[in-house]
Design a protein around this ligand. Sequence first.
Ligand SMILES: Cc1cc2nc3c(=O)[nH]c(=O)nc-3n(C[C@H](O)[C@H](O)[C@H](O)COP(=O)(O)OP(=O)(O)OC[C@H]3O[C@@H](n4cnc5c(N)ncnc54)[C@H](O)[C@@H]3O)c2cc1C
Length: 234
Amino acid sequence: MEYKIKELIQEGKTTRTFRLVPLEGKIINFKPGQFVMLTAEIKVEKDNKLVKRAYSISSSPQETYMDLTIRKVPKGLMSNYVMELKKGDIMNIEGPYGRFIFEKKMKEIVLIAGGFGVMPFRCMVNYIRDKKLNTKITLIVSERHPNDTVFREEFEKLKTKSKNFNYFITYTRVEKNPEYGFVGRLDKKKLSKMIKDFKTPYYFSCGSLGFIKSVKDILLKQGANKEKIEVEGY
Ligand SMILES: Cc1cc2nc3c(=O)[nH]c(=O)nc-3n(C[C@H](O)[C@H](O)[C@H](O)COP(=O)(O)OP(=O)(O)OC[C@H]3O[C@@H](n4cnc5c(N)ncnc54)[C@H](O)[C@@H]3O)c2cc1C
């Protein structure tokens, strides 16, 4: 399905949100947490190569547009290609896919993101806000550097407005983190300060394979219910 870029929003230094509207009809029906496949013909050396990559939908399903928030990775084919696209250009999208989905029955959730793993969580958080659900949310983000942080202002605003939303960031490549106090990788000590009760919530963890494995190991050791942990690795 073809989508037109309606707006480009720079998020931090290396990340951009592509706000998309379908060329025809409505945006696809999707559930909070799902992803789409983006396809493009990209010139690699002399030949055109058909490249296909997965991107989480970062906007709420309640919106009339769809946001994909893409971080540039060094020498990455798709992520560098999209950074050249302009407003009005077309993106080819298929989906939705994935079983990493927030469900209304989950009354308390902890969302743990490593780097660009935060994208599906922005979708979930905004869906819960739009639907005015009473879900208690703790969002925990591990980022390299403040320059990389995405959606921070949006989440901080929500934190001041909603007693049901808590937000923590740890930075792994700074000396000090005056705003948040957390520096370094997420470990048992940090998670225990951020999560009061490990047993009750449903967990979603998204990031690199190493990140989600280490987070899951800590959660299980701290008494989280295995059946309530969902992970998505990039
Ligand atoms: C379910 C899911 C959801 C995702 N959601 C998002 C999202 O919301 N936002 C987001 O930014 N990303 C997301 N990703 C990651 C995304 O799909 C891409 O993997 C990412 O954008 C990199 O793609 P690329 O084509 O730019 O890089 P690639 O061309 O695939 O390269 C990736 C890395 O590998 C290195 N590399 C490539 N080829 C070689 C080689 N031959 N030898 C050595 N190194 C090499 C490159 O230097 C680069 O650093 C998601 C992934 C999954 C699975």
